[in-house]
Design a protein around this ligand. Structure first.
Ligand code: ADP
Ligand code: MG
Length: 184
């Protein structure tokens, strides 16, 4: 009898046994590739398709990784440098530059017609040049969330929400008022 191949190792021309695993979430595993790229391999083809659909729509935005290739189960995209805000804010306080950058991120979601104007701190990376990028967008066009609920709760949990509101107040008065109301 022919032996059934139970596990697949080859994705988009790469043998994942030969790659360094750099991250893992509920939906997949992420491996380091040469040339500042990563290979994300999904457990489930539907979640891969859903993520690809979002990432392809936002390729003109500076806030998302660049997609180089994909198939039903995997995506090759640019490596995002820096640390997540959930990590960074444990050791550092928020500042004005970062606060405004976070509003620009949510404002970009709005311009991209996302239904979900939110991203949790663990998926927002502060890069060495002090701009932010997000990874792992999910439900962006489906789940309705009119304000950045989990982002603001993350800031609150780390004691940075008050400063955040203070820093954005004059540049983004409308967001300031609306978000503050939602968090009160
Ligand atoms: N483009 C990327 N650049 C750098 N690290 C990444 C990238 N994509 C994912 N990672 C790392 O891999 C981890 C898991 O990836 P993620 O996309 O969140 O998977 P899942 O969909 O399973 O939650 C992330 O928390 C992050 O540390
Ligand atoms: Mg994730």
């Amino acid at each position: 009898m022919k032996k059934i191949q139970k596990y697949r190792f080859n994705y988009l021309g790469y043998d994942i046994n030969k790659l360094k695993l750099i991250g893992q979430g509920r939906e997949g595993k992420v491996y380091l590739l040469p040339d500042d790229k990563v290979l994300k391999v999904f457990h489930n083809s539907n979640s891969c398709t859903r993520q690809i659909e979002i990432l392809l729509k936002v390729q003109n935005s500076r806030f998302f990784p660049t997609v180089f290739n994909f198939d039903n189960y995997s995506i090759i995209m640019s490596f995002v440098y820096g640390s997540t805000l959930s990590f960074y804010l444990k050791r550092n306080n928020i500042n004005k530059h970062l606060s405004l950058e976070l509003v620009r991120l949510i404002d970009e979601f709005k311009k991209l017609n996302f239904a979900k104007l939110d991203m949790r701190l663990g998926h927002i990376f502060l890069q060495p040049d002090e701009t932010v990028k997000v990874i792992d967008p999910r439900g962006s066009y489906e789940r309705k969330q009119p304000y950045p609920r989990s982002m603001l709760h993350g800031l609150q949990k780390r004691g940075d929400l008050k400063d955040f509101f203070h820093y954005i107040k004059y540049d983004y008065p409308d967001y300031y008022k609306y978000w503050k109301k939602m968090m009160s």
